[in-house]
Ligand binder design. Structure first.
Ligand SMILES: Nc1ncnc2c1ncn2[C@@H]1O[C@H](COP(=O)(O)OP(=O)(O)OP(=O)(O)O)[C@@H](O)[C@H]1O
Ligand SMILES: [Mg+2]
Length: 226
């Protein structure tokens, strides 16, 4: 597993301080981040692969500073967005997956093999040549996750990957995330997703309000909003 370290991470959007000194060391394979709307979860998640640079403090992944060495960190850490439409760029499903590997240096047959592997794993084989925009919500999210996994990152950060989905599709995507060998960090409001996780971090008003097992963290979060 990678070691993701937050050291006194602060972030402000203009005058508004959104992360207020986060200290965390994450080495677990399954980590959830929960908390109220606007508490700073997405901001926190985005600092892990350098999508957003903290105003002060730093985030490192295996010692690499995510803000300073973004490209290097993004090779290790893939990011799955809530809305797969923002991530799907190519017309067909197979092309979209292959597009992720455009700068990988892999040969055409190697790319084709990886595309096929993802299509099979996420049961998208029947849709390889279909327009990506015609997939169902769940299938689109699987494609978005697949487009991240195809690069074989060591860590996958997913920001509310099941929020836009119905119950069945949410289940499919949750199972897909569960099946990943890599380290996974998931921001979610769907607390059931976290039952099998090793660690759950509760964020409140830009700070870590609780940090522990799902059994302890979920009730702590529930109580905090009563
Ligand atoms: N680009 C931005 N410019 C200004 N303020 C922002 C920006 N992005 C987020 N914020 C503010 O930062 C705060 C934290 O936002 P963030 O998206 O991290 O919350 P969140 O915990 O992910 O919330 P949600 O559960 O609703 O997704 C919010 O008050 C939000 O309005
Ligand atoms: Mg968010």
């Amino acid at each position: 597993m990678s070691e993701i370290v937050f050291e006194q991470v602060r972030h402000a959007f203009g005058e508004r301080e959104v992360l207020r000194g986060i200290d965390l060391t994450i080495t677990e394979r399954r980590v959830g981040i929960i908390g109220s709307n606007g508490s700073g979860k997405s901001t926190l998640a985005r600092t892990i692969n350098g999508l957003l640079a903290p105003t002060s403090g730093k985030v490192t992944v295996d010692g690499i500073d995510a803000a300073k060495k973004g490209a290097q960190v993004r090779k290790k850490v893939g990011f799955v967005f809530t809305d797969p439409d923002t991530q799907i760029v190519m017309p067909t499903v197979a092309e979209d997956l292959a597009f992720s590997l455009r700068r990988s240096g892999l040969s055409k047959p190697e790319i084709a093999e990886r595309v096929q592997d993802i299509l099979t794993r996420f049961r998208l084989d029947g849709h390889a040549e279909h327009p990506a925009h015609l997939l169902s919500g769940g299938q689109k999210q699987l494609l978005a996750i697949g487009a991240v996994l195809i690069r074989r990152p060591e860590v996958v950060v997913a920001d509310e990957p099941t929020t836009l989905l119905d119950l069945r599709n949410a289940r499919v995507v949750a199972d897909a995330l569960d099946s990943i060998d890599q380290q996974v960090i998931v921001v979610t409001h769907q607390l059931a997703l976290l039952e099998s996780f090793e660690r759950v971090i509760v964020v409140d008003d830009g700070a870590v309000a609780f940090d522990g097992t799902p059994d302890a963290a979920v009730p702590a979060y529930r109580e905090s909003v009563l």
